[in-house]
Design a protein around this ligand. Structure first.
Ligand code: DNO
Length: 356
């Protein structure tokens, strides 16, 4: 029987409020999805730093199952003449990770920003708080203001994809994309993937693109990894199986037209990593995150896990953004408690499904 591997995202010593020994005590937890959080997009990763990360994880009795993320430099996304230099660095990082036995890289291809939220701590009736998105509120602010707000409400943590050094140049970054259409962004992604596939083949590294979150254009920037058609188009454009997907249920659910179990089935063999979480859909362009437990949100979590089982998914899966509960102070979405609960729910569904 294939078995998906339950894992936990960890930002590294000094960046994460959660400790490896705590993660190790979560039942069924086998691996870590790690990163070098202080690396900058575009730079080649240091081999010693990779080895050190792996050793820390192994010493805690866990396996380093993949990286989230090796971020892509904006020159690659925007397709500027400097992109080849940054692609060469990326290839070097792939080679180093692969040679250290790390075979999955999660990345995204969203211009300027990674994920976007209007609220990092929306109170819920039970006193917990969640991340939330309201397009009407986003429409009233500019990108710089959104960064300032998010940065000021992140409990002192640097949010993934929102590095202050990059955000200091938001205006220039927007200028870079001024003439980049969705079609060009897609071509730039294909160019990047074609360039790195030989290294992925040689070192057996799976590339897993993350779904855009939310999955529509924000602040007028192009977004392309948004739905089944686009995902299949990308899989066909670069048919190498090392070109795959991070199936993020929460991101896909921002658009209720996305039939997530159907998308999972259509990507058989190409899902290299799964982020499983639940959201509560309120109205077009408005949603908030929820507990992983299906009845707490809008997603059919049973059907999602069932689809992963049915396609024989055996890669790493992780609980995703958790609510802030029990007074924990952590990076928004990335505390220990609610993600630990979420992992147990996913494993419970998995056990029940696979025993039927
Ligand atoms: C948000 C995460 C994203 C994800 C990147 C992948 O919490 O899901 O930051 O890691 O988009 O590159």
């Amino acid at each position: 029987m294939v078995r998906m591997k339950m894992s936990f995202r960890w930002f590294g010593e000094g960046f994460d409020s959660v400790k490896l020994w705590q993660i190790r005590q979560i039942p069924g937890m086998v691996g870590i999805i790690g990163t070098l959080y202080d690396s900058k997009p575009g730079e080649e990763w240091d081999l010693e730093a990779i080895r050190n990360l792996k050793k820390q994880v192994n010493d805690a009795g866990l396996e380093l199952l993949g990286i989230e993320s090796v971020n892509i430099h904006d020159a690659i996304k925007a397709g500027t003449p400097e992109r080849d230099r940054y692609i060469r660095n990326y290839i070097q990082t792939i080679r180093k990770l692969g040679s250290e036995g790390i075979h999955m890289i999660c990345y995204n291809f969203m211009p300027v920003f990674d994920w976007t939220r209007s609220d990092l701590a929306k109170p819920r009736p039970d006193g917990s708080t969640v991340l939330a998105y309201d397009q009407h509120r986003i429409d009233q602010i500019d990108p710089q203001e959104m960064f300032t707000r998010l940065d000021g409400n992140s409990n002192g943590f640097v949010l993934p994809g929102w590095e202050p050094e990059r955000m200091a140049h938001v205006k220039e970054l927007f200028d870079l994309y001024r003439n980049v259409t969705e079609a060009q962004l897609f071509d730039n992604l294909v160019y990047f993937l074609n360039a790195i596939m030989p290294a992925c083949d040689e070192f057996d590294v799976n590339m897993a693109i993350h779904i855009d979150d939310p999955c529509w254009s924000v602040f007028g920037l192009p977004r392309i990894i948004t739905c089944k058609d686009q995902l299949l188009r990308l899989m066909e454009a670069v048919p190498n199986p090392h070109n795959g997907v991070t199936l993020c249920t929460g991101s896909l659910s921002s658009n209720p037209a996305n039939d997530i179990p159907d998308i999972i089935r259509s990507l058989k063999g190409r899902i290299h990593f799964a982020h499983v979480r639940n959201t509560r859909y309120t109205a077009p362009g408005v949603f908030e995150e929820a507990a992983h437990y299906a009845s707490d949100g809008s997603l059919d979590m049973y059907a999602i896990v069932k689809a992963l089982v049915d396609i024989g998914f055996d890669g790493p899966v992780r609980p995703d953004h958790g609510r802030a509960i029990w007074g924990e102070v952590a990076m928004p979405g990335y505390g220990l408690y609610d993600r630990a609960l979420g992992s147990q729910y996913i494993l419970g569904l998995y056990d029940a499904i696979t025993r039927q």
